[in-house]
Design a protein around this ligand. Structure first.
Ligand SMILES: Nc1ncnc2c1ncn2[C@@H]1O[C@H](COP(=O)(O)OP(=O)(O)OP(=O)(O)O)[C@@H](O)[C@H]1O
Ligand code: SF4
Ligand SMILES: [Mg+2]
Length: 334
């Protein structure tokens, strides 16, 4: 498969009164055509910054220090704002984090979607309305929602309209930042199924960002684990789940309830150590929390390298790769 998106050595900082926030520290990630890649990471790991950098929607305090974001071979970071406007929505859609709505509160939701179709696909009104009806039906919504104002809709319904809006111009790539946040588990499960069905129908590529690994397992072909602005492991979903290699990934998998963990096994609790983004650790970003850390880990940055089909950033990945999460974290006293 060819990559539709290729991110190379992406470094992004925020300038604050307290100092420089190292939000992304050299991201390398590919998304192949038709592929869904999940990005998981705890709060502050840089997930939203990654989404906003791809869309070129960073706040003014942000600085892209270096790197490339190649979309179909074209470096998005070199485009003018006018060129980037054309890319947004027509080629790459963003589903934003949070419940803050993208909708005009005074306009019927159906009209808002059909207006986007008219504008971006240059279609006449009546055709755009027909397409909107079809899109609403694709996301499981009836005509009543078409003629509702946004505030009349529940959070789950608004999220589905947001998805209809995102796919309305048949973009090649969808970037979704925390699409499950704020929804109850039943709605999250519904949304997962919906994304899979829409992907089958429309064939888009997607970068789905979430701190909810279980949901990412359901919908992603591959998963990248982000920690303190660095990707520390990438693998296909099944392997990340069954054979996590990096100590942090092992900790995340071992902390998940009811998978691979017989009831007698306790869930793994990694030590809670806050990474200061103003002064991130030298060497391996995970060393302050890693029970296996050696001197080299504190000095030399481990780069992503191939191990058993995965890409892993750990100096000792060869030694640790076959330990289960419980073997690793218990043996190391974690
Ligand atoms: N506008 C900003 N100005 C200064 N620092 C920021 C800004 N936005 C984000 N940051 C910092 O950059 C780092 C990455 O933040 P980001 O929002 O990308 O993380 P995230 O993984 O999306 O977190 P969450 O799961 O809470 O949404 C954090 O340390 C955050 O505090
Ligand atoms: S490089 Fe060292 S500190 Fe980092 S995860 Fe591997 S063993 Fe732990
Ligand atoms: Mg975020």
């Amino acid at each position: 498969m060819d990559p539709i998106l290729r991110i190379r050595d992406l470094v992004v900082h925020y300038m604050t009164e307290e100092g420089v926030v190292h939000a992304l520290q050299g991201i390398n990630l590919d998304i192949n055509k038709g592929e869904i890649v999940g990005v998981a990471g705890e709060t502050g790991s840089g997930k939203t910054t990654l989404a906003l950098t791809i869309m070129r929607l960073l706040p003014v305090s942000a600085r892209i220090i270096r790197g490339q974001i190649l979309f179909n071979g074209m470096n998005l970071l070199e485009l003018s704002e006018e060129e980037m406007m054309k890319i947004r929505q027509s080629h790459i859609s963003l589903i934003m984090q949070g419940t803050s709505d993208v909708f005009n509160p005074l306009m019927l939701t159906g009209l808002q979607v059909s207006e986007a179709i008219e504008f971006h696909k240059d279609e006449p009104f009546h055709e755009a309305i027909q397409e909107t009806k079809q899109l609403f039906s694709d996301v499981g919504l009836g005509t009543r929602v078409l003629v509702s104002l946004p505030h009349e809709l529940s959070v789950g319904t608004r999220q589905r309209v947001k998805i209809a809006l995102a796919i309305s111009t048949q973009p090649e790539l969808i970037v979704a930042d925390e699409p499950f946040t704020g929804l109850d588990p039943t709605l999250q499960a519904y949304l997962s199924d919906l994304i899979i069905k829409l992907h089958e129908k429309y064939g888009f590529s997607a970068l789905i960002i979430s701190h909810n690994l279980l949901r990412l397992f359901e919908i992603s072909h591959r998963i990248a684990i982000l920690y303190a602005g660095k990707i520390i492991e990438i693998n296909n979903t099944s392997n990340i789940y069954h054979h996590p290699i990096h100590p942090y990934t092992k900790g995340l998998i071992g902390a998940l309830p009811d998978i691979k963990s017989p009831k007698s096994k306790r869930l793994i609790e990694m030590p809670e150590i806050y990474v200061n983004p103003l002064n991130p650790p030298k060497g391996c970003v995970f060393w302050p929390r890693c029970p296996y850390a050696k001197d080299i880990c504190k000095e030399k940055e481990p780069k992503l390298r191939k191990i058993d089909g995965a890409l892993v950033a750990c100096h000792f990945a060869d030694e640790l790769k076959d330990l289960s999460p419980w073997e690793f974290w218990k043996e190391q006293g974690g």
